[in-house]
Design a binder for this molecule. Sequence first.
Ligand code: NCD
Length: 309
Amino acid sequence: MRHLIDAKELLPEYVSELITSAEEIIRKPGQYAEKCKGRILATLFYEPSTRTRLSFESAMLGLGGSVIGFSTADSSSAAKGESVADTIRTVSCYADICAIRHPKEGSALVAAMNSGIPVINAGDGGHQHPTQTLTDLMTIHSIKKNLSGLSIGLCGDLKFGRTVHSLIHAMSMYQNNSFILVSPEELKIPDYIRQEMLKQNIRFEETEDLTRSITEMDVLYMTRVQRERFFNEEDYVRLKDTYILDRHKLALAKTDLAVMHPLPRVNEISVEVDDDPRTVYFEQARYGRFIRMALILDLLEQCEGGSLR
Ligand code: NCD
């Protein structure tokens, strides 16, 4: 059974198929309104979420399906000590597909290994977030008309930011992309990602200086400092406002820069730039629903033995 656990599974042909399907859904929503009638999506969220959970649920409802689930760990049997493996075995009896978000790295993989239904990783700790990456790729594709030959800046918490890790994996699979990794020393990308990039001869530089490097970027992916993954509050407070994208910094950038953010934003993007046509984070959130519709259709099709699209 196919699941979506890791951004490494997002091969360019697969991404392009999903984007095409999502674009078709945007064009003709009525044709998809009953495709998943009678099917149930379970959203198992052990961590807070607005966009990811609601876009999954809205996606399934838009396909005519239904949704069950929980949005906090303490409202599930996890609070009684149940393992992810046992929970997913149970959920497999009640739903046709599930999306899981959990604070522990690797939990989505454990779920997939014990599941009778397709599992989608909606974020596992500081590790991966492949459906955010699908959203990001669809956004970049719609704006740049291409997913290759881009200079991609990623700024903020590159250590704990799972959206960053997944986006680097996915964008590394396209020709001639290069990365500018902007973070304070303490929040640099994990070494396993750096080693993979070196091994694959991906062009990247690591810097602490956003003001200097913003001039070279085609895409700037801002991220929140991930407070919940810090070991102490003091470090968080010291690092949280290292980068704030404001009018002055944006004035230095290319006229066709795309400023993205997986959201939620805290302080790292000043609201004063929200009106700048280069900022696309709310458009990005909108794509999340359609690309997840395409993904749900694709993963459910394998269980149907036929095409739902
Ligand atoms: C991100 C996440 O949960 O990793 N949010 C999202 O899914 N859109 C980013 C974040 O929480 O900072």
